[in-house]
Write a protein that binds this ligand. Structure first.
Ligand code: SAM
Length: 514
């Protein structure tokens, strides 16, 4: 690039020393002999500017790296070019472009360097950033002048834009961090922390989101985004990110994940509403009324509920009952024979279920985490402890709008992708007996004919997950509730009577309970 081109591209808006300058930068020359010279400049914000300084002693530029110290504080320093000009001839001898950024310049201290295609861009994030311009080979032993084309911005949007514009992970990996340790995601998390501390949390979010694109399996990136969202009091985002972690960790999701999710939910109180049509419910009878009818007709002796929340469905059980929820918020008076297990359903089935479910439950309501694989595991675990007389009831099987069915919650009325459970069971377990009921707001599915010894779902678990855990729109038959029964349909009463009889006779019918 010729000097003219550079001037055309980044016209020098003001020579140093003019009015309105308010930020100090300096260039430091140091030589092996120990001579050091520091030249201070005033910088203009948001305009290209040429800093021009004579090399005071010819040896200085040839012996030790030259340091450019941008002003302290968060922002962006763009360095378009560093030119070494022969004063006597008035010719440019070397330019940063001719060396190709990598070896030529490096950043020390707490600054970060992001090499971009045209300019060397320094995101200034620490208290004393230093851009080190390595010793260029071939400088003549005569007085030189060094021109540095520089633009300073304190606008954090600028940082954001730069981060966004980086096109691939290779660029992220080439970031120089103060302590260049750890795996790539670890490095990105550290980088995000630096940006956050530097006062640009948006930039930190960008870095973490980009990290997730390349490392979608890295829970720490989602955790870091959730923490950032909490700090920014964006509780809905925090909920989503914590749920991402739970989705990623599955049955290994720790109590801590749920505790943090709970915190976000409590702060959020009400998840923000989507569009009115996305929040609608459909159905002939409220689900709680339908559940009350089932309790009445089936008269369970042992009831199990997965996902109790405020206790609105659990309160309908006036028998021995167990409610499982890692973050229960019961605010109703429950019958005294109700036991709340403050655990995720996976932890419950892996632990206390063996003791507490020594009797086979007569009715199980599955309404826990609204992600398909969780509902599937809940059903599989329930079946292990079931008898032929056990009725399983699944909530949220019919989203009333596709937005409610998204895996990442975006509406207050959220079914998640639990609808897939119905499809999977129809496909892999045609031996089960299903009664889908048209309850408000998002339907119920009654399942009978459970067989504790049936291994099909556990054998096919990975295959099922591979086919169903991605985001997919609920098909029309689910959205239109094809084949759904009205809550007054006689088949419901017949089923409940048959199950009750089976329990009373201790009868175990083969091949379904219809
Ligand atoms: C929709 S609410 C349950 C509502 C309740 N059954 C009712 O009808 O009033 C879902 C509940 O599932 C709980 N949950 C989330 N993850 C869970 C998990 N892994 N195991 C069990 N419950 C879970 C949540 O804490 C929440 O309280």
């Amino acid at each position: 690039m010729s000097k003219t081109q550079l001037n055309e591209k980044h016209p020098c808006s003001s020579p140093h020393g003019s009015a309105g300058l308010n930020l100090q930068a300096s260039v430091v020359f140091s030589a092996a002999s120990g001579i050091e010279e520091r030249v201070a400049f005033s910088l203009i914000r948001d305009a290209w500017q040429k800093i021009s300084t004579p090399v005071p002693v010819s040896g200085l530029a040839r012996e030790k790296p030259l340091c450019f110290i941008p002003p302290v504080g968060p922002g962006v320093v763009n360095i378009a070019a560093v030119n070494f000009v022969d004063n006597a001839l008035g010719e440019r001898i070397l330019s940063i472009h001719e060396f190709g950024g990598e070896e030529f310049a490096a950043v020390k201290g707490t600054a970060l360097r992001v090499p971009s295609r045209e300019n060397l861009i320094v995101l200034v994030t620490g208290s004393e950033p230093v851009v080190e311009i390595g010793v260029p080979a071939g400088l003549p032993d005569r007085p030189l002048q060094i021109d540095i084309w520089v633009k300073l911005s304190r606008d954090t949007d600028d940082c954001h834009d730069i981060l966004r514009s980086l096109s691939d992970m290779a660029n992220w990996r080439s970031l120089l961090l103060p302590e260049n340790a750890g795996s790539a995601p670890g490095k990105l998390m550290k980088f995000a922390k630096v940006l956050e501390n530097a006062g640009c949390p948006d930039c930190a979010v960008t870095v973490l989101e980009r990290g997730i694109e390349s490392h979608p399996e890295e829970g720490g990136l989602y955790e870091a985004l959730a923490e950032l969202a909490m700090k920014r009091r964006d509780w809905a985002e925090a909920v989503k990110r914590r749920q991402d972690v739970a989705a990623l960790q599955g049955e290994k999701a720790s109590a801590l994940v749920y505790r943090r999710l709970d915190e976000a939910y409590k702060k959020q109180k009400y998840f923000p509403k989507g569009e009115p049509e996305e929040e609608m419910g459909v159905g002939d009878l409220d689900k709680y009324r339908m559940l009350a009818i089932i309790h009445h007709d089936l008269a369970p002796e042992l009831y199990l509920e997965i996902g109790v929340q405020l206790g609105k469905s659990l309160v309908l059980a006036d028998c021995e009952a167990i409610g499982v929820d890692p973050m229960p918020q019961i605010d109703l008076d429950l019958f005294e024979n109700v036991r709340i297990m403050d655990l995720s359903s996976d932890d419950f089935f892996a632990g206390p279920a063996a003791v507490l479910l020594n009797k086979k439950p007569d009715m199980v309501f599955i309404d826990g985490m609204h992600l398909f694989e969780y509902a599937l595991r809940d059903f599989m675990n329930v079946e292990k402890f079931a008898g032929a007389h056990t009725l399983a009831v699944i909530d949220d099987i019919f989203p009333a709008h596709p937005a409610q069915a998204e895996r990442r919650r975006k509406t207050r009325a959220w079914t998640g992708d639990v609808w897939k459970l119905y499809k999977v069971l129809q496909q892999y377990r045609p031996d089960l007996f299903f009664l889908p009921i048209n309850t408000f707001p998002t339907g119920l599915l009654l399942i009978a004919g459970l067989k504790p010894g049936n291994e099909t779902l556990s054998e096919k678990y990975e295959e099922i997950l591979a086919g169903y855990t991605s985001d997919m729109q609920p098909p029309e038959d689910i959205l239109q509730r094809k084949g759904v029964l009205p809550p007054t349909h006689p088949a419901i009463e017949e089923l409940l009577n048959a199950l009750k009889d089976a329990r009373e006779r201790n009868d175990k019918p083969e091949g379904g309970a219809s």
